[in-house]
Design a binder for this molecule. Sequence first.
Ligand SMILES: [Ca+2]
Length: 237
Amino acid sequence: MKQVIVFFIVASINVVIHAMDIGSACLTREEVKQVIRQLQRDNEDMLAKMQSCGCDAALDGMQTAETVSNALPATNTIFGVSAPSPKPEIYIAPVPVEPEMPECPEDNPMYQMINGKCIYYEETRFDYAGAQENCGEVFEGGRLFEPTDEAENDMVYKEFKIMFGESYIRVGIDDLTKEGEFTYASNGEPVPMGPWLNDQPDGGSAQNCVVYGNYGDSKWLDYFCSGRLTSICQKTS
Ligand SMILES: [Ca+2]
């Protein structure tokens, strides 16, 4: 039944649109109206079935003879006239909008869009807690950068190194919850990679916060959470 109704709706709309095209070229407004009314009379049984099965919404969406004919150009009233005239306006459903990428300032080199994340490089030095708080102010609800894989880890560090030649830069990874188990600060999930520098991590319970720690390389080391360092923030939405 549904297939029949859908077919009916599509077929009816096609006929109406076709009638409108004819009307713009060689039928009067009244003739178009007659075509549409005839179409509706021929399908009274089907209309009744559509109403009985709860398809009133679909019926409401159909254009009546009056609305279609009224949309025709007023000047086009003579049979066979081929003078140019504007097409009647036809409602076009809006195209769904794709989710926008996070906004990221383009006129400030401290902000970079990397791997779909808006990154901010913070020169002011903070301890771990202060750096997290600062990121939440830089971006509403922002946080310290949490690399999801080694490629992203390398890309973000590379940009920072180009600009500042820095090292010891904070990211949002720590083992504060359980010694030796490094997790993302935002959700406590285990970090799925470990580009550690040489024998790192080696700080035991004294060093629980991860930083980029080697000049010219994106390798990590564990470091004091209390140290005041530069940091990298990411926007979260
Ligand atoms: Ca530790």
